[in-house]
Ligand binder design. Structure first.
Ligand code: ZN
Length: 376
């Protein structure tokens, strides 16, 4: 249940109650694709890193170890030892971005696994069943994630099919939640807005899917290669059509600047692999900009990654040491850098929340938007 506490311009401060605890919004979801944050960071570490909610991938977990296996092991919460909220994506995005030889029909999508090439069928009912087995807090509806730019006629037909798929998702989701042996009988269902970069399709689709009165709504199919300005334009078009009393999730976004811009346009929750992926390449996010530890200038630098950061890494280790670990191919390099970046993202969202609480969001935005986009 979403409660809007305060609003400044379009920026929203709210809280969302789930069966696995409260999420203070705006919030960032830490991406644990196959049940772990890449970079050797466990669910136990996340507690220290201000993580509120974790995202796991339906497609990956369906292929390996298999959602039936996760169900037998008690669901994702028991399996990963993370006891806070977990959102699972629908698998749609990976089916359309990773899988090969896919064939889309009204019933669903047949595709070849990116691991061993075996043929798999996934439609709305399969996606709901997998997510029910995983026992996540929030399940995402199964949708088609189109490439940008998509042909207008194709995009329109795809949106209509995604609406039909959503009705099937809702029906199957209700049925699964009511089964006596369901892991999470209170699993929530969020819908996904599509429509490529066409404002009229986006608005029309949003009006259709909000009729189902789901627990939350996402804007999907963005941050897939189009310029950031296009993304902001689409958010501005869709946002007025999104229910005020439901969380708004911008999928797969983004840089600290993208997040600031989207919060300013009324978005509540985000997920992105960027903090962990960039960290694994030696890029640390800081309040002065993004720092590349591979630069020779850090060889004798005894400061922490960010002197203003009080994460477990910055409280103990120097830039010179972490740089050395990267150069030596030590696993610890990635772990330390990923931990710092996750803490940074969660702290960024925490400061955004504080700024809205204090009626200072616009000031916070003006002070930080340029700095956060710098490369240092
Ligand atoms: Zn730090």
């Amino acid at each position: 249940m979403y409660r809007l506490i305060k609003q400044e311009g379009k920026a929203r401060r709210g809280e969302f109650l789930t069966p696995h605890g409260m999420i203070q919004m705006p919030a960032f979801m830490n991406v644990a694709t196959a049940g772990a944050i890449k970079g050797a960071v466990s669910a136990l570490d996340l507690k220290e890193l201000k993580c509120q909610v974790q995202l796991c991938n339906t497609y990956h977990l369906h292929l390996r170890p298999g959602d039936e296996t996760v169900r037998k092991l008690g669901g994702l919460h028991t399996f990963t030892r993370w006891n806070g909220p977990i959102l699972t994506d629908s698998g749609g995005f990976q089916v359309f971005s990773l899988a090969k030889l896919r064939n889309i029909k009204e019933e669903g999508v047949t595709f070849a696994s990116h691991i061993d090439g075996h043929r798999i069928f996934m439609g709305p009912e399969e996606s709901m069943r997998i997510q029910s087995h995983l026992g996540s807090t929030i399940a995402m509806a199964f949708d088609e994630c189109m490439e940008n730019p998509a042909e207008y006629d194709y995009a329109r037909a795809s949106c209509q099919r995604t609406v039909r798929w959503l009705y099937r998702c809702k029906e199957e989701h209700d049925r699964l939640n009511a089964l006596p042996d369901t892991i999470n009988p209170k699993q929530m269902l969020w819908g996904i807005n599509q429509g490529s970069t066409y404002e009229d399709l986006r608005v029309g689709h949003m009006r259709e899917i909000r009729k189902l009165d789901l627990d939350g709504y996402a804007i999907g199919g963005l941050a897939v290669g189009e310029p950031a300005e296009e993304m902001y334009r689409i958010i501005e078009a869709v946002e007025p059509e999104m229910p005020v009393d439901k969380p708004r999730y911008l999928m797969g976004v983004g840089t600290p600047v993208n997040i600031l811009e989207a919060v300013r346009r009324g978005v509540d929750i985000f997920d992105c692999v960027m903090p962990s992926r960039n960290a694994r390449h030696g890029h640390a996010f800081t309040w002065e900009g993004c720092r590349n530890l591979m630069n020779a200038k850090y060889e004798l630098d005894t400061l922490p990654l960010d002197p203003t950061c009080d994460c477990p890494v910055c409280r103990n280790f120097t830039r010179a040491y972490i740089r050395h670990l990267f150069k030596s191919g030590e696993m610890l390099a990635m772990r330390l850098c990923v931990m710092h970046n996750i803490y940074f993202y969660n702290t960024l969202l925490e400061r955004i929340r504080m700024a809205i609480d204090n009626g200072q969001f616009e000031k916070f935005y003006q002070e930080n938007v340029e700095r956060l986009g710098k490369r240092i």
